[in-house]
Design a protein around this ligand. Structure first.
Ligand SMILES: Nc1nc2c(c(=O)[nH]1)N(C=O)[C@@H](CNc1ccc(C(=O)N[C@@H](CCC(=O)O)C(=O)O)cc1)CN2
Ligand SMILES: Nc1ncnc2c1ncn2[C@@H]1O[C@H](COP(=O)(O)OP(=O)(O)OP(=O)(O)O)[C@@H](O)[C@H]1O
Length: 182
């Protein structure tokens, strides 16, 4: 099926799950990250109906560096700027908040926002290819742990894969932790 059609369907399911979500949606993610304290972590500042990783990012910032993605240029990898709960934010590209100050960091664990995922770790984002480029660039230097974070309702049976798609190492939902089967 066409990626645009899958994206639309998954976004509708995500909005439904988001409207019904309770405050404990990031509990599983918190458990996973407790095993990686002090490792530089990239989260994201949630927009629209994205599942909220802020509680785990705040927790992680007590142990090590936490950053959030910033689009410096389209068709390029994302850059990550330091973030804590006290960081002043401004409105960035696509209406997504970003830190006021340009303070780059390099993550080793990435919490990746998703539109949809499947059991094999394939993912669908907004279509900019930002995370594909970013994961490819980071993996060229060192081992990276890419954790997709989503509502369970965003799972689709089988996503199409393009040669440039970067797969997830782990998927964490509001309900469970999924180790991709390749
Ligand atoms: N919270 C959050 N921050 C993030 C991302 C994300 O997915 N979530 N990104 C993840 O990459 C980057 C921003 N990337 C984005 C790329 C496209 C659109 C967007 O709204 N696209 C339009 C269609 C654009 C087009 O292709 O013409 C849309 O979906 O309507 C938003 C964010 C960095 N920061
Ligand atoms: N490493 C890469 N180098 C060059 N182009 C890439 C790379 N990764 C992805 N692209 C291009 O980016 C475009 C969008 O990719 P895709 O539809 O997979 O985005 P997405 O994974 O949904 O979005 P995102 O990664 O921003 O969440 C595609 O045209 C793809 O060819």
């Amino acid at each position: 099926m066409d990626k645009a059609v899958l994206r639309k369907e998954a976004l509708a399911r995500r909005a439904e799950a988001h409207a019904a979500a309770g405050p404990a949606a990031s509990g599983r993610l918190s458990e996973v990250l407790a095993g990686h304290r002090g490792v530089p972590l990239a989260g994201y500042l949630p927009v629209r109906s994205e599942i909220d990783p802020l509680p785990v990012m705040a927790e992680a910032s007590a142990w090590g560096a936490v950053g959030v993605p910033v689009v410096v240029e389209t068709a390029h990898p994302l850059t990550f700027w330091h973030w804590t709960l006290e960081t002043p934010l401004v409105q960035g590209a696509y209406g997504i908040p970003q830190p006021e100050a340009d303070a780059p960091m390099v993550p080793e664990i990435l919490i990746v926002p998703l539109v949809a995922f499947d059991q094999t770790g394939r993912r669908l984002g907004y279509g900019g290819g930002f995370y594909d480029r970013t994961l490819a660039a980071l993996r060229g230097h060192r081992a990276i742990l890419a954790i997709g974070f989503a509502y369970g309702a965003q799972e689709l049976p089988e996503l199409p894969e393009e040669p440039t798609d970067a797969r997830l190492d782990l998927i964490v939902t509001d309900r469970e932790v999924i180790e991709p089967s390749r």
